[in-house]
Design a protein around this ligand. Structure first.
Ligand code: ARG
Length: 601
């Protein structure tokens, strides 16, 4: 039952104007925030111009006619049914407010849920389309910092959301495994490698070597020259250089994999920058052929002034070496050909806004089908910082992400110690990691954020653990009631209480769920698919994250205000069924965010 559709039809029928279609009317219909304004509202302001009347007059007239028309046709079954759907229509300051019968709201939501049950929220709008989600993409031999944690978490959630919507999704990790810094590392390692045991905390040690050689380069131009020469050797495939580079890469990957394991994040491809190093000449050739390359102090650049970007995109440095942007352009060519993508999204921090603007423009000069260039999207996010002093290391403003995750797990383990549950280790991990993931997703991604672990772990705050806790509560309520969603007992006919009967509206007395707390929860659950779609369209998991908080706290009110387990089997059935709907909705929402639900907590 599409209430908006029913309402727009009612309005359309009584409107003497051909200037506005039913679909337009439907688009104008809003869901008011305040309950006293009804379940749906139609603003008449846009009609004022067409009808040359004041909005409040229009609303008054429309109301009268809708009521009138529906009364006149009271014998018509269809209208009769609609009458029972719409309980009341009010005209208030230019708005038509529609109040839907509560029983219908409940009935409708249950009907919608029952079509999918455990799969509630699954969609097929992306069927036949392929989407690439590039995220995480840390740099080899450099720390995996808290910004990388954020892209990893947002990207993983977006991948889940797209997949849930029916898209074929491919997750890409564009590793930063190329560039002059590797030559510097090799030079540093040659000098001081023996001083370091790379078996332990290799990234810390490689970072230190990198810092030392950089300092030396600054002091001594000759060392810098040596590094440049080494980079050339590396590019040409020199055995020793390549061997060292591979070692650095393996050591770093081992650390990254530990983080991915903790977060339960997986990638379909780890093709990093080096993968594209032999695919860049084609980019240069195409740009050249299309007359897009100009010389700028020896470097080759693409001028972007015409499209409003002041800074030109550098394609090749004066010394002939390629750069980051060129590798990204080669990656676009490769991805279009390999995956034939409909969309390719890059989850990368806002400090790279200009970079993506540039390469997306330059990509238009690569003779690619527009399908591909139109499908490139930079999903940017704001700065993320740790509270001053608390978690920062001696060296500076980044803490090791692995330490942060370990800390989250051990803090949650402390909380678990007081609880009477089995497998505390497992639950502590689910809760600690869930807390971190939720903290990274709960704000709209473009907002700058201070990552506060203590706040993230607050069971009573707007946090992952709070939602996990409420989900676990739905489970324990259902367990206590020995609830089986496929076998709802109908008190009107106890004889088939033990048969497997499929739930339909007849087995649940919807009138039991008409109190405010139940209705609020039901309306939220009914809205799940729209929330998923909006998170997807805006590439904004925070919409789903905030929704999960709303559902969890609506369940908490419902739980506090209603006796769920009782001797009245009819009301127990209805309330357990709503509990079951909540459990499925929350579990599926958390799954999309990348958060697990413990059995008990
Ligand atoms: N490795 C880069 C960094 O850590 C991010 C790479 C983003 N992806 C890309 N296709 N440029 O800053």
């Amino acid at each position: 039952m599409d209430f908006k559709e029913i309402i727009s039809e009612m309005i359309f029928k009584v409107l003497d104007s051909t200037e506005i279609s039913k679909d337009e009317i439907k688009n104008y219909i809003e869901i008011p925030k305040e309950e006293e304004k009804g379940d749906y509202a139609f603003p008449c302001f846009r009609l004022a111009k067409i009808l040359k009347q004041a909005p409040n007059m229009i609303a008054d007239n429309l109301r009268e006619r809708i009521v009138d028309v529906n009364n006149v046709n009271a014998t018509n079954n269809e209208v009769d049914d609609k009458q029972s759907i719409i309980e009341k229509i009010e005209s208030v300051s230019g708005y038509l407010n529609f109040f839907i019968s509560k029983a219908k709201i409940v009935e409708n939501a249950i009907e919608k849920f029952n079509k999918q049950k455990e799969d509630y929220g699954k969609l097929n709008i992306g069927e036949g389309k392929t989407i690439l989600v590039e995220y995480s993409s840390p740099n080899i031999a450099k720390p995996f910092h808290i910004g990388h944690l954020k892209t990893t978490i947002i990207g993983n959630s977006l991948k889940n959301i797209y997949k849930n919507c029916g898209y074929k999704t491919i997750s890409l990790n564009h590793l930063g495994d190329y560039g002059t810094q590797f030559a510097k590392l090799i030079e540093g390692y040659k000098r001081w490698g023996k001083e370091y045991d790379l078996n332990e905390n290799p990234i810390d040690k490689l970072s230190e070597i990198y810092k030392r050689i950089n300092e030396l380069c600054e002091e001594n131009e000759k060392v810098l020259e040596e590094c440049r020469a080494t980079f050339k050797k590396l590019e040409e495939g020199d055995e020793y250089c390549v061997k060292l580079w591979n070692e650095f890469k393996d050591l770093s990957m081992r650390e990254f994999e530990r983080i991915y394991d903790l977060l339960n994040v997986k990638f379909d491809s780890y093709n990093g920058e080096s993968f594209y190093s032999d695919k860049m000449q084609e980019v240069i050739d195409i740009l050249n052929k299309n007359g897009k390359l100009t010389d700028s102090q020896g470097a080759k650049v693409v001028d972007l002034e015409d499209v409003g970007i002041k800074a030109p995109c550098i394609i090749q440095k004066a010394n002939g070496s390629s750069i980051y942007a060129t590798r990204d352009l080669a990656a676009i060519l490769y991805r279009a050909r390999t995956y034939d993508f409909d969309k390719c999204i890059y989850v990368v921090g806002e400090e790279q806004n200009l970079h993506f603007k540039q390469i997306f423009e330059v990509a238009k000069y690569l003779d690619l089908d527009e399908k591909y260039t139109n499908g490139l999207v930079h999903v940017s996010y704001g700065m993320i910082m740790l509270p001053e002093g608390k978690m920062s290391t001696r060296k500076g403003n980044f803490v090791k992400v692995e330490d942060l995750l370990d800390e989250a797990i051990s803090k949650s383990k402390e909380i678990m110690q007081e609880k009477n549950i089995e497998d505390k280790e497992k639950v502590a991990k689910q809760v600690g990691i869930g807390a971190v993931i939720f903290e990274d997703l709960k704000e709209s991604r473009i907002k700058n954020q201070v990552f506060d672990l203590a706040e993230a772990l607050n069971f009573n705050g707007e946090t992952g653990p709070y939602i996990q806790y409420m989900t676990v509560r739905t489970k324990s309520v259902l367990e206590k009631a020995k609830f089986n969603p496929n076998n709802i007992k109908n008190n009107l006919d106890n004889s088939n209480a033990n048969d497997d009967i499929n739930i339909d509206n007849d087995n649940i007395n919807v009138n039991i769920l008409k109190d405010d707390a139940s209705i609020r929860l039901i309306k939220l659950i009914e809205n799940f698919d729209k929330i998923i779609i909006s998170s997807m369209e805006k590439n904004e998991p925070s919409i789903l994250a905030r929704y999960s908080i709303d559902v969890a706290s609506a369940y908490s009110s419902f739980y506090n205000e209603n006796k769920i387990i009782s001797n009245d089997i009819e009301s127990q059935n209805a309330r357990c069924y709503l509990t079951y709907m909540t459990k499925v909705t929350l579990t599926n929402a958390l799954k999309l965010l990348g958060i697990e639900v413990p059995d008990k907590m």
